[in-house]
Design a protein around this ligand. Structure first.
Ligand code: HEC
Length: 144
């Protein structure tokens, strides 16, 4: 029993040495997404931790293996869609992501479930979904 506890503790400590890299890079105000206050507050509350350079890192950000999952979410999330780089996005890709955004909030794929377990307030209400849907539609309209 003691031996097992020793190994479990040893592994728990050892994995802490693998530290993924996920930082915020400085934000360029000229290319960030600009929308009205209501839209911004929903996006910031439910999407920005993985889809912007304004991630709020929790206290457990450096604790493996949670940090590995978080790094994956943030790095892949930003790659798919980065609201801090909105102005520089290729219009074709932007259009596609906006269409996808409507789908993923509708079918509960975003925000991710693992994230919602730790961020209850990020769950979208019906009203907030409507706010986002209208915003995505209006952006799609200006691009078409
Ligand atoms: C916990 C991190 C996290 C949060 C919060 C989050 N996303 Fe994502 N999102 C991801 C990751 C990671 C991907 C990359 C693809 C995947 O894993 O599904 C992604 C992909 C996407 C895509 C591209 C999907 C595709 O299939 O092309 C869209 C659109 C998107 N997210 C929209 C949103 C919106 C809108 C919100 C807020 C309502 C949100 N996400 C919240 C992590 C997140």
């Amino acid at each position: 029993m003691k031996k097992i506890a020793f190994w479990v503790l040893g592994i728990a400590i050892a994995i802490q040495l693998i530290r993924p890299d996920f930082q915020n890079t400085p934000v360029d105000e000229t290319i960030v997404l600009k929308a009205d206050a209501q839209v911004m507050s929903v996006l910031q509350k439910s999407c920005y931790d993985c889809h912007s350079q304004e991630t709020n890192f929790p206290w457990y950000r450096n604790i493996a293996p949670v940090s590995w999952v978080m790094a994956d979410h943030i790095n892949l999330g930003r790659k798919a869609l980065d609201f801090s780089n909105w102005g520089n996005m290729d219009p074709k890709i932007k259009l596609e992501r906006l269409e996808r955004a409507k789908q993923v909030i509708y079918n509960h794929r975003m925000p991710k479930q693992e994230y919602l377990m730790m961020h209850e307030n990020a769950v979208l209400t019906q009203k907030e979904k409507k706010v986002l849907e209208q915003f995505f539609d209006s952006e799609i309209h200006t691009l078409n």
